[in-house]
Design a protein around this ligand. Sequence first.
Ligand SMILES: [Zn+2]
Length: 192
Amino acid sequence: MSDKVEKLVVPGEEVGTSEEWLSGEGTFEEEGNIYAAQFGKLIFDEDTLEARVEPMNPIVEVKEGDIIYGYVFMRKKAMIVIMIEKIEGVSRGVKEDVEGTLHISEVSDDYTDDLKDEFLVGDIVRAKVTQVEPTIKLSTTGKTFGVVRGYCPQCRKAMKFERKHDRLHCENCEIHSERKISSAYGMIKLKR
Ligand SMILES: [Zn+2]
C-alpha cells in the first residue's frame, strides 16, 4: 500500500493540480485544479496517480441480492417506502437515511390489490434488494419475506402472529389485522 493520508478536507477545497494528479473518487477537476467533492480523508495514490477523498466513516453499502431489515416509512397507492436499517449478516448498520421502495407488484407471489392490507407505517419488514441504481428497489415475494414485526393500528403495541389464521392479533385491543407476514415473524431480534 502506497496510499498515504495527507489530511482531512472539506468540499470545494483545492487538493492539487491536474498536472500532478488524476482526479479520483470524491474529487472533481476544474480548470487544471482538483477539488474535494466531499468531506473526508485526502489520499494521493502513487500507484494510480489519483488524488481521491474517502469518506471518514465508510458506511455499509446496500448491494443487489442483500437481505435487509427496515421499517415502513411511508405508504403510497402503489408502493411503500422502507427505511433500511440493517443488512442481514452484517453487524454494522447502514447510514440512517437509506431508503428503498417496494412496489405493489413485488409484495407477494399472489396478486396484491391494496397495500393497506399488507403493511402499516412503522412495521418492520424483511426484504430483498433487487436493484440499487439509480434507486434501491425491494421485494417481499417468497414466504420468508414481509412483515417481521407489525404494530397494532389502535394502540401501536407489537402484535402476535396467529399462524392458524395467518393474521396478526393485538392482545390489548382484541383486534385482528392482515399483513404480508414473513414466516420469520416474531423470531428476529430487533433493536426497535
Ligand atoms: Zn392494540
